[in-house]
Design a protein around this ligand. Structure first.
Ligand SMILES: Nc1ncnc2c1ncn2[C@@H]1O[C@H](COP(=O)(O)OP(=O)(O)OP(=O)(O)O)[C@@H](O)[C@H]1O
Ligand SMILES: [Mg+2]
Length: 283
């Protein structure tokens, strides 16, 4: 869907490049996660791909054609959920929807979307009277209202309670199921685990790692097996997964003890984030 080759970008007043030569591809039908520490350039990259920032170096192809060659029809095909909700606060939710709908030739069934994001009852309220989570959900709906083929979502579940985060994640999955492609930015590694087919970790304006979450876990994982067993009380042991066949202690437990739990230990994406980018997400 997108092909980015050797992309560089510098904000006019900045001293150095924010994006320092990144290349990646977003395949049609996948959910691609763009991850990395705060200020690394994720939103900047998204803004380049949606043609808000046009003064970049390098090549960006959308469906095989140079992004710069597209006219405003490009916006018929994409939906954008901005990091900070962009809505008219003096209008109601429905008035916001009607306005943004009028900018497009094709429209989704927004009544249905309002119901799905749980705002049907609130559609005639002023957005200024919305809670943060309500604005975030309306912002998400805004991204969907032109029935896009590709969604750009900048931290779509940030600030939502678990139930509403689930609603949004389910809608993202449904969008993908119906053939949609997604570029997702998030700091929530659980969301990545649940949603992303592939991820790119950015560090210092470059891409430090690009792969599937599973492969990253294998690459950075410890590959150990943790066994809890009954041996006059509950005991716990860890074994190297690659040497299990010859591990006498492991085989002894397997043969002679009652196993209570046994599982391979995967590195979490949070740990991978820290290893790859050198930044602790909990800070
Ligand atoms: N309009 C702007 N003018 C100048 N510098 C900017 C502008 N917008 C962002 N920057 C700078 O560019 C860098 C990247 O910002 P960006 O918003 O892309 O980060 P991010 O990875 O999305 O971070 P976050 O996770 O906090 O959203 C930061 O150093 C930021 O200060
Ligand atoms: Mg950002």
């Amino acid at each position: 869907m997108f092909k980015v080759n050797d992309l560089y970008f510098k904000y006019p007043k900045a001293n150095e490049n924010t994006i320092k030569g990144i290349s990646f591809e977003i395949k049609e039908g996948e959910i691609f996660g763009l991850l990395g520490p705060s200020g690394v350039g994720k939103s900047t990259t998204q803004k380049i791909l949606i043609r808000i920032l046009k003064d970049f170096e390098g090549e960006v192809l959308y469906k095989g054609r140079n992004l710069k060659e597209y006219d405003k029809d490009f916006y018929e095909e994409i939906g954008v959920g901005f990091e900070v909700p962009v809505l008219f606060s003096k209008l109601t939710a429905q008035e916001n929807i009607d306005f943004f709908k009028s900018l497009y030739n094709q429209n989704a069934d927004t009544d249905e979307l309002l119901k799905k994001v749980g705002l049907w009852e609130d559609k005639d309220k002023l957005v200024s009277e919305f809670s943060k989570g309500m604005k975030i959900r309306l912002n998400f709906l805004r991204a969907m209202l032109n029935n896009p083929k590709m969604l750009f979502l900048d931290e779509p579940t940030n600030g939502l309670d678990p139930k509403n985060a689930r609603v949004v994640k389910d809608l993202i999955r449904e969008f993908k199921k119906n053939g949609g492609t997604v570029l997702l930015t998030t700091h929530l590694m659980n969301d990545v685990d649940e949603l992303c087919d592939r991820v790119a970790f950015m560090a210092d304006g470059k891409i430090a790692e690009i792969s599937t979450p599973k492969e990253l876990k294998i690459k950075y994982g410890e590959r150990t097996v943790e066994v809890e067993y009954d041996d006059e009380g509950l005991k716990k042991s860890e074994f190297n997964m690659d040497a299990l066949k010859e591990d006498k202690n492991f085989l002894n437990i397997l043969k002679n003890k009652k196993i209570v739990t046994i599982h391979s230990k995967e590195t979490s994406l949070d740990e991978i984030f820290i290893q790859v980018t050198g930044v602790d997400t909990s800070e």
